[in-house]
Design a protein around this ligand. Structure first.
Ligand SMILES: NC(=O)c1ccc[n+]([C@@H]2O[C@H](COP(=O)([O-])OP(=O)(O)OC[C@H]3O[C@@H](n4cnc5c(N)ncnc54)[C@H](O)[C@@H]3O)[C@@H](O)[C@H]2O)c1
Ligand SMILES: O=C(O)CC[C@@H](O)C(=O)O
Length: 527
């Protein structure tokens, strides 16, 4: 019988499902070392946010087939290490949506009426009514940053409370925002006009410290900020200073840069204008049952040799089909990610063309893989092979599929065209004989480069000296170039340059590149 280790508190409903097919051991509060020692005998690991599944644990998990996260965020799992080891990582993308949205709403109302402090004062024998004169949310403006699953539910409830809604989400269509009664605006306007700001975004390199001293300086002095998303999106020191100096009206936080929150954090000494909860967004009986059942069913299925429905890292396909398509799925995901970034988000239309031998294949998994790549900038680990199509539909992305078996440059190639905030862009890619991926065309300019983690693309005039200038500029910022390619159609006409970089581009360098004579456009891309 397979063995499942459950290393965080999980609802009994999930344990009952696992017990149908496996021996289940519940052992919570284990250290990293204890987990490394114990994991070799287990086929599956089920966790919440309390267990950090490190590379060390994954490497020791020689029997491990699946890691199940009873919740949304898999930021406590080293997913790349699991993928490399062929371990499926699954989550529950929707099981705690309502719980988290309701927690954010409870925080907003509690902040407005100082409920935690007032409660504390009565319980301490006082009857102080003067200190707790609050504010109404009716007719106030709520700025929602991130209009995904939780943000959308918050929007619907806040609308019912009579609030005016602004939203910032670069990956959501105007129609979707409109449908939710939100005015889609840029971040600056949201900061300036909101009476309440609530965050419902993942923590990424773009959202880390999004609410910092500079952002706070743009906000109303009465603004109340709510973060039930992820720690690290708010600069906690800047927030504590602003609250202490009365530069903002209040803040309610459920998540922190470091969890548990440090004993000496400046947030702990703030008064009634701050509410702190210990990552309780998903802590409702209902959500815990939902996520436990959702993830336990997936672990059971995988242990029985069936596909998982919410795999974060591996498509929910049967093993035979998966094996055959795997290299093309990776190609489609890379190209989707690339074209999405070149098109600048807010993609309205994705055209997927299967070329050469690829045209004879079932296109559906390839389209899904392209969508997964396209949406991964916005949704990170929340997008998977199961939900990519639904997420794309909800974002109003139209998909056109075509096939052209007559194109024979490579045995099989894939061409994607996307229409987004930065206009129309296209990429083509193929697999070489050894299965290696090549990007063979960008915006109709022929190139031949492998996808790498950090890339820089330019559109420029083909003229002497330009390549040298970009090279020296990158050198002066200590960025190492791994490879470089120029594609052009005619001599001294328009050209593209593609650079694979060993290091991420530091802030400000794109503006410098744009100043180089002859450069028309420059984009950085992370794959
Ligand atoms: N406190 C808790 O216990 C708890 C519980 C569940 C979820 N969460 C967190 O809540 C957050 C939202 O979850 P969700 O299920 O709604 O996710 P989701 O993927 O459905 O929505 C996230 C939205 O953020 C948008 N987005 C991405 N990058 C952005 C950016 N730079 N600027 C603005 N918008 C951006 C995406 O387009 C998407 O619409 C996540 O961080 C999740 O981990 C916390
Ligand atoms: O396990 C928890 O309670 C945290 C859940 C939440 O942050 C999530 O990402 O789903």
């Amino acid at each position: 019988m397979p063995k499942v280790l459950v290393s965080d508190p999980i609802d009994q409903a999930g344990l009952d499902i696992l017990s149908q097919v496996a021996q289940v051991d519940v052992k919570t509060g284990l250290s990293n070392e204890e987990l490394v020692q114990m994991i070799p005998e287990y086929d599956a690991l089920m966790i919440r946010s309390g267990t950090r599944v490190t590379q060390e644990i994954i490497e020791a998990g020689n029997q491990l087939k699946i890691i199940g996260r009873a919740g949304v965020g898999v930021d406590n799992v080293d997913v790349p290490s699991a993928t490399r080891k062929g371990i499926v990582v699954v989550n529950s993308p929707e099981g705690n949506t309502i719980a988290a949205a309701e927690h954010a709403l409870a925080m907003m109302l509690s902040l407005s009426r100082y409920i935690p402090d007032a409660n504390h004062s009565v319980k301490n024998g006082k009857w102080d009514r003067k200190s707790y004169v609050g504010a109404e949310v009716y007719k106030k403006t709520l700025g929602i940053v991130g209009l995904g699953k939780i943000g959308s539910h918050v929007a619907a409830a806040a609308k019912a409370l009579g609030m005016k809604l602004l939203a910032y989400d670069p990956f959501i269509s105007l129609e979707r925002a409109d449908h939710l009664g939100c005015r889609l605006v840029d971040m600056d306007l949201l900061f300036r006009e909101s009476d309440y700001i609530t965050l419902h975004i993942p923590k990424t390199s773009e959202t880390a410290n999004l609410i910092n001293a500079e952002a706070i300086a743009k906000m109303k002095p009465t603004v109340r900020i709510i973060n039930c998303a992820r720690g690290g999106i708010i600069d906690e020191a800047a927030l504590a200073d602003a609250l202490r100096e009365g530069r903002i009206g209040g803040a309610a936080l459920d998540v922190y840069e470091n969890e548990p929150l440090e004993a000496d954090s400046p947030l702990r000494s703030l008064g009634k204008q701050a509410i702190l909860t210990p990552h309780l967004g998903a802590s409702t009986a209902e959500a815990q049952i939902n996520v436990a059942i959702d993830v336990a069913e997936q672990i059971r299925d995988v242990l029985l040799g069936l596909p998982a429905r919410s795999a974060v890292n591996i498509p929910g396909l049967y093993p035979d089909a998966l094996e055959k398509l795997r290299p093309y799925l990776q190609l489609a995901e890379n190209l989707g990610n690339l074209v999405g970034q070149l098109a600048g988000g807010r993609v309205e239309l994705l055209n997927v063309r299967l070329q050469g031998e690829l045209a004879d294949n079932n296109s559906q998994p390839i389209v899904v893989a392209a969508l997964k790549g396209l949406l991964s900038q916005a949704l990170r680990e929340r997008v998977n092979y199961v939900n990519a199509s639904i997420e794309a539909k909800e974002r109003g992305i139209r998909i056109i599929e075509t096939r052209d078996g007559s194109i024979r440059d490579y045995t099989g190639s894939l061409h994607l065209e996307a229409k987004g905030a930065l206009g129309d862009h296209s990429v083509t890619g193929a697999l070489l004989g050894d299965g290696e991926i090549r990007i063979t065309d960008i915006d109709e300019f022929p190139i031949n480069v492998p996808p790498t983690h950090h890339m820089l693309f330019t559109r420029h005039r083909d003229m002497p000296g330009i390549i040298g200038k970009i090279g020296s500029l990158l050198g002066s910022f200590n960025v190492n170039i791994a490879s470089m390619q120029v594609g052009r159609k005619i001599v001294r006409g328009d050209a593209v340059m593609v650079l694979s970089l060993d290091d991420p581009l530091p802030e400000g360098i794109l503006a410098e590149i744009m100043k180089v004579p002859g450069i028309r456009d420059a984009y950085t891309v992370m794959l």
